[in-house]
Design a protein around this ligand. Structure first.
Ligand code: NA7
Length: 548
């Protein structure tokens, strides 16, 4: 039987964003909140992506919540980059520590949400026949959560085992003695490759576009590392909120060509040796803005690939060409390039000879046929908009979000959509989202939403909507910045290029965190310029009485 409930807020998703939204709105604003989560456990993308080698590319001590100093002091990260199970444990700990579970309904997918214009409420439906209403709908669906399952003919014909990195089974998968094919060389494929190669009889990696991957240099934390981090947490978190991309470091205050060739080499070698995102966000200040600077860094990475991979032909295939470093999301790896020196690993370039068909025994490209016992698809996500558009969201006048966004998403600050009152999109398109360290982006958005709801409550208002004019201005600003950025120069999920038929637009806000935060704060301080408020608690009380 269907359940009938009325909430102040329904939150969709129980990953980093949903858990914090629940905590904030319930504990600080004392609202009645219900969270729906498709997975059987909390964690969002960190629940589903349990493929071998799944690890965060950001470092543990700042890829976490900052809202609770006690939590930050209590939790002990085991090493520099947490593996999927550790992040899942952390998010479960958060759910328990803050008593969040009682307001989360797991194993439940939100299928539809419709705005009731007269009542200023959302009606939400789930795949478990729940129909509930809420004043506010807060989407916490994640930017990289809707898997991209490629539409290759014969997908159902394969007689071996098929895996998707983004929906990996909970029980361990053993590739020992198996011939494995792996499709996709983004972050997931690059992390999974060394792990699968270590088990499989043979691994064949199908690469459509090579990536510029950086060494992670993962290591376990010593107790002195833990102590140092905990002693400096205020400063670390403050830096993550002020830096361009949400990391606790700034680029060096020098341009690539302002130093001698030797100094340049030394700086790049230092960043390479340090490992991780420092190369991208903590190196030369002009790396992502100047073509010459970018090409120097790109060529430096190519030289490392050539040094590492023994077979020159394979090395060349692994070297990205034709797009700037950073235009696709750069992966961070552990022994990825080294893995191609193993006897049991083959790289197949499918840029010119795509996969034509999946056969009962393997797959066929336009050039050759391969036989496998298992195929792993590391083919990524319908990023940023995919998870939202997989829900049938309808705003005023029954307009579908999918129709409103048919030419690409338009939002105000990535937080609201004109025509969809009382809906807030955590890390929505048009906000920095994936170009920031995600927990930093999430906490900022949730805090902004909570402030806004508090502001409305103080005034007795029950409806908020972005004006068309303000949304147009923001969408234009996002598009202008995007067009000037290097992201338009590669086919990546940042621009929707990985999904056939998806409009090609730069999805995140590319102006960086400082500019974005400034704008959000200015809007708040102005009394939410660009948003219109309406409804009143009295009117709602009358409406409720009439209905009764
Ligand atoms: P990505 O980065 O989107 O990588 C997906 C990979 O799969 C990429 O190499 C794609 O090639 C390839 N791909 C996708 N569809 C196909 C088809 N149909 N045929 C062949 N190859 C294909 O996803 P990830 O899961 O690795 O990482 C996503 C993000 O998660 C990552 O950036 C981090 O932010 C965490 P392409 O490059 O499109 O030519």
């Amino acid at each position: 039987m269907a359940d009938q409930y009325d909430f102040d807020v329904v939150v969709v998703g129980a990953g980093f964003a949903g858990l914090y939204a629940l905590y904030k709105l319930r504990n600080d604003l004392n609202m009645r909140v219900r969270v729906y989560e498709t997975g059987d456990g909390v964690g969002g993308t960190w629940y589903w992506n349990r493929y071998p080698g799944a690890r965060c590319d950001s470092e543990s001590y700042y890829y976490c919540y900052s809202f609770s100093p006690e939590l930050a002091q209590e939790w002990k990260w085991s090493g520099r980059y947490p593996e999927q199970p550790e992040i899942e444990r952390y998010l479960n700990h958060v759910a328990d520590r803050f008593d969040l579970r009682r307001d989360i309904q797991l194993s439940t997918r939100v299928t539809a949400a419709t705005f009731d214009d007269a009542a200023n409420r959302w009606e939400i439906q789930t795949d478990r026949n729940d129909t509930v209403t809420a004043r506010y709908l807060v989407t916490a669906v994640g930017c990289l959560s809707a898997p991209n399952m490629p539409d290759i003919p014969g997908m159902d014909d394969f007689e071996g085992d098929v895996y998707f990195t983004a929906t990996w089974p909970r029980e361990p998968v053993n590739f020992t003695g198996k011939r494995v094919g792996l499709v996709g060389t983004g972050s997931s494929g690059i992390q999974a490759t060394p792990e699968i190669a270590a088990q499989a009889a043979h691994l064949t990696v199908f690469q459509r576009t090579p990536n510029f991957s950086l060494p992670a240099r993962h290591r376990a934390f010593l107790s002195e590392d833990q102590a140092k981090i905990k002693a400096n947490y205020d400063e670390i978190f403050a830096l993550t909120r002020e830096s361009f991309a949400g990391f606790p470091f700034h680029p060096i205050d020098r341009k690539t060509m302002s130093v001698t060739t030797d100094e340049r080499r030394e700086i790049l070698e230092g960043l390479w040796a340090e490992g991780g995102f420092k190369f991208l966000w903590g190196g030369f200040i002009d790396l992502l803005r100047d073509d010459e600077a970018n090409e120097i860094a790109s060529e430096f990475i190519r030289s490392k690939i050539r040094e590492t991979v023994n077979d020159p032909q394979t090395a060349e295939l692994l070297c990205p060409q034709g797009y700037p470093y950073g235009a696709k999301r750069p992966p961070i790896d552990t022994d990825y390039y080294e893995t191609f020196n193993r006897e049991n690993v083959t790289l197949v370039d499918i840029s010119e000879a795509p996969i034509e068909v999946i056969t009962p025994t393997g797959l066929r490209t336009t050039m050759a046929e391969y036989e496998f016992d298992a195929i792993v698809f590391a083919t990524g996500f319908d990023a940023i908009t995919g998870a939202l558009l997989r829900i049938d969201i309808r705003g005023t006048g029954d307009v579908r979000l999918a129709d409103a966004w048919s030419d690409g998403p338009r939002t105000l600050l990535g937080l609201q959509v004109t025509g969809f009152p009382n809906m807030f999109t955590i890390t929505g398109p048009g906000s920095p989202s994936v170009l920031l360290n995600m927990p930093v982006a999430i906490e900022h958005h949730v805090d902004w939403i909570a402030d806004c709801l508090e502001y409305m409550r103080e005034r007795g208002w029950t409806r908020i909507e972005a004006t068309e004019e303000a949304q147009d201005a923001w969408a234009e600003h996002v598009a202008d910045l995007g067009e000037q950025s290097l992201f338009v120069r590669a086919n990546s999920w940042y621009v929707g290029a990985n999904i056939p038929g998806k409009p090609r637009v730069v999805l995140p806000y590319t102006g960086g965190q400082p500019m974005y935060r400034e704008r959000c704060t200015a809007v708040k301080d102005s009394g939410y310029e660009g948003f219109v408020f309406g409804g009143s608690l009295d009117q709602n009380a009358m409406l409720a009485a009439k209905k009764a």
